[in-house]
Design a protein around this ligand. Structure first.
Ligand SMILES: [Fe+2]
Length: 244
């Protein structure tokens, strides 16, 4: 159970920067890792599989959405319950494994907002990304690049054609086991580029070798009469999520 102080600091950071980290118990993450091994080595049932249909994502990326009444849903829920302590006014809308293999060149991954629709306001949605594999991420590959609200304002002062200079304002969150990166649905972010060998295990036989596996959770505040719930559901459904 996260301490009240930890949760308080988390919420201040999420509001101020649009980005914060939340801690999960090792046994919860371990179960998700076990589920990933089952799902990707043995094609476990209970996932709705999809691939990004738009450009701007690593070329070999797959999405495995947890669907109703399966192990996937139950195991995913344990971590979601911990995250809900950090996000008490939010509802979980969908969850998935994100699996990337191969390489991702800088031009492959595009900075984007998870909930781009103008109907979705700031602080209404949150994405949590939890690293599952590898156990230790490379320092400069496959992590998460993002702009805090302040970084974004600062980058706007630079000539829009100077891509390198604008990129210099972005930050990198290095994935650490047991730590979820949580960010506002309006925060610009992308996958840090990676080479084909970035996630290879020492032992080739390792079931998740050469994969980068994350779990992503999508949360939204859904007060009565809000104007964004439809757009949140539509965005996730368009990515293959089992949304009623
Ligand atoms: Fe995203």
């Amino acid at each position: 159970m996260a301490s009240f102080k930890g949760i308080d600091e988390f919420q201040q950071k999420l509001a101020y920067d649009g980005f914060a980290t939340a801690l999960l118990p090792p046994e919860v993450v371990e179960k998700l890792r076990g589920l990933a091994v089952e799902a990707f080595a043995e094609e476990a049932a209970g996932f709705q599989r999809a691939k990004p249909s738009a450009q701007g994502f690593p070329p070999r990326m797959e999405w495995h959405w947890a669907s109703e009444g399966t192990d996937g849903k139950t195991v995913f829920k344990e971590a979601a319950d911990v995250l809900s302590q950090y996000l008490p006014n939010f509802n979980l809308v969908a969850a998935k494994f994100i699996v990337a293999t191969g390489e991702c060149r800088p031009e492959d991954a595009r900075f984007h907002q998870d909930f781009e629709s103008p109907n979705v306001p700031l602080l209404a949605t949150a994405t949590a990304l939890l690293p599952i594999w590898p156990l230790a991420f490379p320092e400069k590959e496959g992590n998460l690049e993002y702009y805090t609200w302040d970084d974004l304002m600062a980058s706007k002062k630079v000539d829009a054609t100077q891509v390198e200079e604008i990129l210099a304002f972005s930050r990198v969150h290095r994935y650490v086991p047991g730590e979820a990166a949580v960010f506002d649905g309006k925060l610009f972010h992308r996958t840090q580029p990676f080479s084909e060998f970035a996630f290879a295990s020492e032992k080739e036989s390792e079931p998740l070798s050469k994969m980068r596996v994350l779990v992503s959770y999508y949360f939204a505040q859904l007060p009565p009469d809000n104007v964004w719930e439809g757009d949140v559901r539509k965005t996730l459904a368009s990515q293959g999520a089992p949304i009623p």
